[in-house]
Design a protein around this ligand. Structure first.
Ligand SMILES: N[C@@H](CCC(=O)N[C@@H](CS)C(=O)NCC(=O)O)C(=O)O
Length: 205
């Protein structure tokens, strides 16, 4: 039995969905229900997701996806050579797209309202939009971001796309990206994960 530490609608939602997709036994622990000092002992960075796997804590989203895939083999993240594209797409999501959104959250939470904040948010949003444009172009000739099959990368990107609602800036999602989001959001595991976290999905609705 895994424990997944999550915050509603955060990047943890992708790995929550993956646990449901593969049929792994897990319980959800909302970070907000854990005293701050206790959570700091679990993850000094204070971020979610964290997966408790027996005695072991896995504290990075991509490492969590790999740990789940090792224990529950899945086309969402095939192990070995077959999974090269899926791993690259997962890391593009995790290490390029997610940090681009993280800049937006940082600016939104830490700058005072005014023209400097507006300009900073617009610059950060342009970076996010550029990454979505790259993905949209890739999806012109590919069903999913890693090729013919849906992978964890598509689920992660679908989760991030929902964060655009939190910022007063335009982050366009191309038609191909919207097609993938539609595929992911109609999956029962994604819908169940949204319901369990009490999250409403708004991107490309
Ligand atoms: N590199 C980490 C980043 C995790 C991360 O930034 N999580 C966000 C939610 S999407 C978080 O917990 N933010 C709250 C905070 O930074 O205090 C990973 O990929 O797991």
């Amino acid at each position: 039995m895994y424990d997944l530490y999550f915050s509603p609608g955060a990047c943890s939602l992708a790995f929550h969905t993956m646990l449901r997709e593969v049929g792994a036994p897990f319980q959800l622990i909302n970070k907000a229900d854990v005293p701050e000092d206790d959570y700091a002992a679990i993850n000094p960075t204070g971020t979610v997701p964290v997966l408790k796997d027996g005695d072991r804590y896995v504290r990075e989203g991509a490492a969590i996806a790999l740990a789940i895939a090792e224990a529950f083999p899945t086309d969402l993240l095939p192990v070995g050579v077959a999974g090269r594209s899926a791993r690259e797409a997962m890391l593009f999501a995790n290490a390029s797209v997610h940090p681009a959104y993280s800049k937006l959250f940082f600016l939104a939470f830490n700058l005072e309202d005014g023209p400097v904040k507006t300009q900073a948010l617009e610059l950060a949003a342009a970076r996010v939009a550029k990454l979505w444009a790259i993905l949209d172009q890739r999806l012109e000739t590919s069903a999913y971001v890693a090729g013919d099959a849906l992978t964890i990368a598509d689920i992660m990107l679908t989760v991030y796309a929902n964060w655009g609602q939190f910022f007063p800036v335009d982050i366009p999602l191309g038609k191909n990206v919207q097609r993938v989001i539609a595929d992911v959001t109609k999956r029962p595991a994604f819908q169940e994960a949204l319901a369990a976290e009490g999250v409403t999905y708004k991107a490309a609705a």
